[in-house]
Structure formats: structure tokens, C-alpha cells
Design a protein around this ligand. Structure first.
Ligand SMILES: [Mn+2]
Length: 320
């Protein structure tokens, strides 16, 4: 069994470490990667952070987004370490580094759907990968400096809806308390992540919510964002992050579905559940996964057909 002790030993044995965040990065994968970088740099290691794609600008207010590169590695590293990536595909262009039985690959993740694709795969179903990285820091005997505390708080905050989701446990609060004590600015993080947006996002959001559809006596709510809408508002796809919380907040809705058009006939689907419906299983029907209350997948097809399919399958996961 993979333990954090084994992960820590592997990291200690290496000198150069490559850390990978997932495509369309969120606060948890960014915070985890930065925290690992700072932890290992404090131990004298050389660390490079990779992410296939740009880090969204909104994170610039709370962390060093320039620490990441999207360029393919030009050298070999002693250890390849993926954080918050449920499967190889999530690592995007760097997934080849984890193919086959690579002895020097490590992952830490909190997705129940994780496929254990690394030689050392530490997976536990907790609120955020950052919660596990905090434990790793303890195993490494590392001091939690303010920059480490801030990076870990970013992931804890964003993956829990700032400590509001039901994935929050006693450990989550204990870790948060320790991070706060170590200098994390949780207020600044919540303001930047949850309480501010651009006018572009606000306008797009208003249009998308105005076109919300309800199915199955209002137990399923669907929103969609087309490429044409993004183009019209001059917005990137990442501005739609968090949109799905709005349909889920509607009284009577058990499953919220967001359809983000990423190609002509290609949609990135997000599912959210208030708790009765298992949307990890629902996403699994389409080859995706995630958590019981938050998951996603990709679906190909014409817009109307995709919406029909999603609603049909989601209906199977409503309580009778
Ligand atoms: Mn996460």
C-alpha cells in the first residue's frame, strides 16, 4: 500500500522534481503544486511546475502564477509528481511521462475516481488535495512557512466553496486553523476567489442563467455556455468556473448540469448534486468521474442530443 511515508522517502531521495497540475487548473491543483515546490525547495531540491495550459489570471492575486510552465520538459527529472490529477488525461500534454510502469512517478490526489496511474499513488477521499499535501508536509517534518500556508489555503478554500461544502471535515478545519496560524490570508483568498469577478463574467453569467432549463419536476437544472457566447463577450472558458453553483442553489434542484461548448460538437460537462444523487457514478456513464457531489466528463454530439442524453441519464440518479 502506498503511504505518505513512502511518497516522502521518494521525494527525499530525488534532487530534481517535476510537479504536474491538471489541465484547466483550479485552486487545489495550483495550490498543491506551489506548496510542494516551496516545501521541497526549502529542503534544497530543484522543483519545476508544469501545467498544460495557462493559469487563469484571477489566481495572480493570491499566488505566483508565473511559477508554472506549459513547455515540455527538456531534461530528465528524478521524480515526476502529479497533484490533484484523477487520471493521466488530466495531465494533458505531459501524460506520456506517466505512461507504463515508471518507477519514479508519484501522485497525491483526493478524487475517488483516481486510476492509480503512478508507481506510488496516494489517494484519499478528503476535501482537497491540499489537505493531503499538508499531511505530507508533516511527514517530511517541514516548517509551514507563510507562502506554503497560503498555497495550501488556496486549495482548501476553493475545493470546499470556502468551507461550505459537505466534504469539509474536522481535519479540514484543523488544517485550516494551522494554516491560518502559519500566516495564510484566508480572507484575501475568499475575496479573490468567491467575491469578485470581471464585468464580462457578470454579463455572461446573467445571460446564461436567464436561459436555465428545468427537467423532471425541477429536480434537474441545465445551463449551457456556447462558443459563440464566449466569443461575443470576449471571454475565455475558465470564466465560467462556478456558474454551476447557481442552478444547484435553486429550490427543488437535486442535480445541476453545465454544458460548456469546447468544440463544434464537443462539450465539457459538469455535474453537481445537493447530496441525494451520486454524480460521480453519473459522470462515469460518460467516461468521466470526480466526487459524489461534484463531477465531470466530456460528451460529443449535437447540442440538443447531448442535453437529451445528459438529462435522460441524470434522471436515473434521482431518488425515487
Ligand atoms: Mn481538488
Amino acid at each position: 500500500m502506498t503511504t505518505l511515508e513512502k511518497v516522502a522517502q521518494t521525494l527525499k531521495n530525488g534532487n530534481s522534481i517535476a510537479v504536474f497540475s491538471h489541465i484547466r487548473p483550479d485552486g487545489d491543483t495550483i495550490g498543491s503544486a506551489l506548496a510542494v515546490k516551496y516545501l521541497l525547495e526549502d529542503m534544497g531540491k530543484t522543483v519545476t511546475l508544469f501545467c498544460d495550459g495557462e493559469i487563469p489570471q484571477k489566481f495572480a492575486a493570491v499566488c505566483d502564477i508565473t511559477a508554472f510552465t506549459s513547455a515540455l520538459p527538456k531534461q530528465k527529472y528524478d521524480v515526476y509528481f502529479a497533484v490533484d490529477c484523477a487520471d493521466e488525461q488530466r495531465i494533458g500534454a505531459f501524460s506520456y511521462l506517466f505512461e507504463g510502469e515508471k518507477p519514479n512517478t508519484v501522485l497525491i490526489d483526493h478524487h475517488v475516481s483516481n486510476t492509480r496511474y503512478a508507481a506510488l499513488s496516494f489517494v484519499e477521499d478528503v476535501a482537497a488535495t491540499c489537505q493531503l499535501i499538508y499531511r505530507l508536509a508533516g511527514v517530511l517534518g517541514a516548517e509551514i512557512t507563510p507562502r506554503i500556508a497560503n498555497a495550501l489555503m488556496l486549495g482548501l478554500s476553493t475545493d470546499t466553496g470556502h468551507f461550505a461544502h459537505n466534504n469539509v471535515t474536522e481535519e479540514t478545519f484543523l488544517v485550516a486553523a494551522a494554516l491560518k496560524k502559519a500566516g495564510a490570508d484566508s480572507h484575501k483568498i475568499s475575496q479573490a476567489m468567491f467575491k469578485s469577478q470581471t464585468r464580462t463574467r457578470a454579463a455572461l453569467q446573467a445571460e446564461v442563467m436567464g436561459n436555465m432549463r428545468f427537467y423532471r419536476e425541477g429536480k434537474i437544472a441545465v445551463i449551457s455556455i456556447s462558443k459563440a457566447q464566449l466569443n461575443y463577450y470576449g471571454a475565455k472558458a475558465d470564466v465560467t468556473e462556478g456558474f454551476i453553483d447557481y442552478p444547484l442553489s435553486v429550490e427543488g434542484v437535486e442535480i445541476a448540469i453545465s454544458m460548456l461548448q469546447v468544440g463544434e460538437k464537443n462539450f465539457k460537462i459538469s455535474f453537481r448534486s445537493k447530496g441525494k444523487a451520486n454524480v460521480n457514478q453519473l459522470a462515469g456513464v460518460f467516461g468521466g468521474g470526480g466526487h459524489v457531489q461534484a463531477s465531470g466528463c466530456m460528451v460529443n454530439g449535437y447540442f440538443e442530443d447531448v442535453e437529451d442524453k445528459l438529462v435522460f441519464q441524470a434522471s436515473n440518479y434521482l431518488e425515487d
